[in-house]
Design a protein around this ligand. Structure first.
Ligand code: AMP
Length: 480
C-alpha cells in the first residue's frame, strides 16, 4: 500500500490489548485473574473477566488496573469451567469508558456470548454504518462489536460457522476470543499481526496474547495460533469437577486462509510491546531486543564511558549494546514503578521547581560522563528529548542517543496507539533535525534491513509498516 498521510489518529487507534481465555478448568476465573496480571503491560485502562457457568455467562469489568478492578470476592463469585478475560490499553483523550471495556457480553439468537480482542478492524466504521442502517443498535464504540452483529445476521446457528462467515467480511489485525455456551473460539486474522498462543494446564486449555501469561499460571506452551486459524475448544462433560477437562482443539481457517500467504507479525511486538520473558514464534523477546542492541553497537564507533537503558522496555537492547561495544552498562535513571492510574502529575510550576516523581537520574553515575542512552523506539521524540535534558541537567558531559529500531514514520492502523498526541517526529524531520531537537550529541537508528535480518529470518514475515509505509492489509475509507 502506498503512502499514508500522518495525522492525529488517536480517536481510532487505541486497541493495544491483552486477552486470556481458559476452557475446562474449575478455577477458570482465578487463572484469568493471574493471566491478566501477566498481561497488564498490554493495557491499563480497563480489565474484565467473563465466566461460563451452566450455559450462562457472567461478567465483571471495571476501569483501571487488574488489582483495582477485582476483589477476592469477585473471583470467588465468578465461578465456572471456562472464562475469557481482557485488559485494555489506556490512552489520553480516549473517549471509551466502561461501556468499551471488554469482554463485551451479548445475548444473540444463537445464544449468549462474550467477545474480547486485541487489534484493530480497519473496515469496522464501514461495517458498522451498514449494520446501523440495517437496524443494528450498538452498545459500545469498540470496533469489536461489529463481530456479534455480523454473526447475528449470518443466518447460521452454529457459533463457529457464524464467526467464520463474519470474519470473512472483516479486514484488519485481530486476535480474538469468543466465550460461547460450550467453550471458547479463538481466531487470528489471516495476516497474523497480533500474537495469540495456545497452552495446556491439567487437561484444560488456555489461549492468550503472550507466553508470559502461560508461565504465570504454570501452563505449558503448545503452539502459536496460525494466521487465519479459528480454533474451537469445547468443555468436556463434567467441567464442574476438580479436574480440568476440555475436548481437544478443533481448527479451521478463515476464507481458506491456510497456506494462502505468510504472516505479517507486528515487528513492534518485538521492539516494545511484548514482555521480555515472552517468546514469539520461538524467539525470546529479550534475546531479540538484545540482538538489536548488539547490531546498533556493531554499526557504531563511539567512545563513551557508559551505556544505559530506559526502564523497562529498552534495558535488553542496552545490555546488548554494552556487551558488543565493550562499554560498561550502568543504571542511569530510576523509574518509580508504583505510579498507578490515579497519579496526579505535577503542575508546571512544581515541575519547574524540579519535582520529578516518575523518573530520576542517578547524578553520581552520569555526572561528567559520556553517556550512550539506548531506547527501543522514537515515536514523537518526547521521551528522548525529556531524558536527554534530564541527563544533561544531572551533569552528563555528552548524551548519545541510540534507538534500537528504525525511524517511526508511518501511523499504525493495526492496533497500536502511536500518534496519540501529535506527530511522528521522523515523518517530517531529518535525522540531524531530530538530533538537534532532542538536544543529543549524536543520534543513530537501526535500518529496516537490520530488523529483517535479525528477526525476519527467524520469525517469517513481519509487518514493518510503521517504518516503511508498506501496509500488508489494504487500508480503506478513513484509514487511507
Ligand atoms: P515518544 O516519546 O513519543 O518518542 O515515544 C517513544 C517512547 O515511548 C519510547 O521510550 C518507547 O519505549 C515508548 N513507546 C513506544 N511505543 C509506545 C506506545 N505505543 N505506547 C506507549 N509508549 C510507547
Amino acid at each position: 500500500m502506498g503512502f499514508v498521510k500522518t495525522r492525529d489518529i488517536s480517536r481510532e487507534i487505541r486497541e493495544r490489548c491483552g486477552v486470556f481465555a481458559v476452557v475446562g478448568h474449575p478455577k477458570a476465573s482465578e487463572l484469568c485473574y493471574y493471566g491478566l496480571y501477566a498481561l497488564q503491560h498490554r493495557g491499563q485502562e480497563s480489565a474484565g473477566i467473563a465466566v461460563l457457568n451452566g450455559g450462562r455467562i457472567q461478567t465483571k469489568k471495571g476501569m483501571g488496573l487488574v488489582a483495582d478492578v477485582f476483589t477476592k470476592d469477585d473471583i470467588v463469585r465468578l465461578r465456572g469451567g471456562s472464562a475469557l478475560a481482557h485488559v485494555r490499553y489506556s490512552n489520553v483523550g480516549d473517549e471509551g469508558g466502561i461501556e468499551d471495556a471488554q469482554p463485551i457480553s451479548v445475548k444473540m439468537w444463537q445464544g449468549q456470548m462474550a467477545f474480547a480482542h486485541n487489534g484493530n478492524l480497519i473496515n469496522a466504521p464501514r461495517l458498522r454504518a451498514r449494520l446501523e442502517q440495517d437496524g443494528s443498535i450498538f452498545q459500545t464504540t469498540s470496533d469489536c462489536e461489529v463481530i456479534p452483529h455480523l454473526m447475528a445476521k449470518s443466518g447460521l446457528n452454529d457459533p463457529v460457522k457464524a464467526l467464520i462467515k463474519s470474519l470473512s467480511d472483516v479486514r484488519g489485525a485481530y486476535s480474538l476470543c469468543v466465550l460461547t455456551s460450550k467453550g471458547v473460539i479463538a481466531a487470528k486474522d489471516p495476516h497474523g499481526v497480533r500474537p495469540l498462543c495456545l497452552g495446556k494446564l491439567d487437561g484444560a486449555y488456555i489461549i492468550c496474547s503472550e507466553t508470559c501469561a502461560l508461565d504465570a499460571v504454570g501452563a505449558e506452551f503448545i503452539r502459536e495460533i496460525d494466521p487465519g486459524e479459528v480454533v474451537f475448544i469445547e468443555e468436556a462433560e463434567h467441567p464442574g469437577s476438580d479436574v480440568g477437562r476440555a475436548k481437544p482443539p478443533v481448527s479451521c481457517y478463515i476464507d481458506g486462509a491456510r497456506g494462502k500467504r505468510g504472516m505479517d507479525l507486528c515487528v513492534f511486538e518485538f521492539i516494545y510491546f511484548a514482555r521480555p520473558d515472552s517468546d514469539l514464534y520461538g524467539i525470546n523477546v529479550h534475546a531479540a531486543r538484545k540482538a538489536l542492541g548488539r547490531r546498533l553497537a556493531q554499526k557504531d564507533s563511539l567512545s563513551a564511558d557508559l551505556v544505559m537503558g530506559i526502564p523497562d522496555s529498552s534495558l535488553s537492547a542496552a545490555t546488548g549494546y554494552a556487551e558488543e561495544a565493550g562499554i560498561p552498562y550502568e543504571m542511569g535513571i530510576v523509574k518509580n514503578r508504583y505510579i498507578g492510574r490515579t497519579f496526579i502529575a505535577p503542575t508546571q510550576p512544581l515541575r519547574e521547581l524540579g519535582v520529578k516523581i516518575k523518573i530520576n537520574p542517578l547524578r553520581k553515575v552520569v555526572s561528567g560522563k559520556r553517556v550512550v542512552m539506548v531506547d527501543d523506539s522514537m515515536v514523537r521524540g518526547t521521551t528522548s528529548k525529556y531524558l536527554v535534558g534530564l541527563l544533561k541537567a544531572a551533569g552528563a558531559k555528552e548524551v548519545h542517543v541510540r534507538i534500537s529500531s528504525p525511524p517511526y514514520r508511518f501511523p499504525c492502523f493495526y492496533g497500536i496507539d502511536t500518534s496519540s498526541s501529535g506527530e511522528l517526529i521522523a515523518a517530517e524531520k531529518t535525522q540531524e533535525q531530530i538530533r538537534e531537537l532532542i538536544g543529543a550529541d549524536s543520534l543513530a537508528f537501526l535500518d529496516v534491513e537490520d530488523l529483517e535480518e535479525i528477526l525476519g529470518r527467524r520469525a517469517g514475515n513481519l509487518c514493518t509498516a510503521c517504518f516503511t509505509g508498506n501496509y500488508p492489509i489494504p487500508l480503506e475509507g478513513e484509514y487511507r
